[in-house]
Design a protein around this ligand. Sequence first.
Ligand code: ATP
Length: 369
Amino acid sequence: MPGIPMRSGGSKARIAVIPGDGIGAEVTPQAVRVLKAVCASGNRALEFVEFDWGADKYLREGVTLPPGAVELLRDEYDAILFGALGDPRVPLNQHAADILLGLRFKLDLYVNARPVELLHDRLTPLRDRTEKDIRLIVFRENTEGLYVGVGGVFKQGTPDEIAVQEDVNSRKGVERIIRYAFEYARQNRLKRLCMSDKSNAMTFAHGLWQRVFKEVRQEYTDIDSRHLYIDTLAMEIIRDPRQFDVIVTCNLFGDIISDLGAQLAGGLGLAPSGNIHPGKTSLFEPVHGSAPNIAGKGIANPLGSVLTSAMLVEFLGWKPQAAAIRAAVRAALRENYVTPDLGGNRSTVEVADWLVQLVGKADFAEQLK
Ligand code: ATP
């Protein structure tokens, strides 16, 4: 996948690691091992500091995001490698909302970049589609929409109960994500951009998306841009994913369409994402959650987190390292050295061991020169 625009880094960087709950705590340390291996052979210095924010801490101490956490991350770290949050012991996963949404909102990480890239033909459920057919990126607005938590309930618990959740869209918020998507397309020589909304039903909120899109696209006549309603996009992406290079949409639709995309490219275990504010501390996490059903069994697929770390180093400006990580993941898929979700019989740690020894080989290190 072409580059994620970045926080321009030197040859050193400080990374905050938040493994979180469930399989997040299993896959994240493995991604760190691969990152360390790839950076060691490429002359890059990464310093990792781990934070234990998650369900255990919340249940023990009642703390979600500790005081000063946002300022600490913002001022002292280049990027955050995040695992997953979610635990059946925490009602409504309140800690997850506080920590993850808290960081997305307070660090103003307005771009949620979710690449959908088929890395091996056998991994797509679509018949007759190959690697070259499924290669796109979804940009999800990440700080507004239905996720801001504006709303309430009235007459709760009675037959007349009413629940309201507001979809909040600002001119600034809509414009910056649409502009980012166009810029990304231009910088990476991607020809096609699709903006998706539901402006036929959500006439006020998504009417704003329409107006902004029509304005901004006039500055990018080199890009073939179009609009699809989200329901049509869901159909078209299945019917013929070759139509899409860059998709930009709101918070809720981006969440849904990128999970759909993840399935087209091998499932949640493989999907990476970045929560980005260009030039500022940004957060990288696999698309999957804490997966309590498989947590503790040692079978979680670490490749989503490993590919996430490739996005992270790309954000630091370290393209050869990102390319090396992706090449190693492709090799594991080719050799079928994978976890059960992808049809293999390897454990989380075995897959990471294999990647670490591969990126440590001399001919692999050559790619980093
Ligand atoms: P959360 O509420 O934290 O998002 P969840 O279980 O609802 O958690 P996910 O964790 O995103 O949702 O995953 C849904 C299912 O996909 C999991 O139950 C698991 O079976 C599978 N899955 C997700 N990630 C992985 C992975 N890395 N390796 C293997 N299977 C995975």
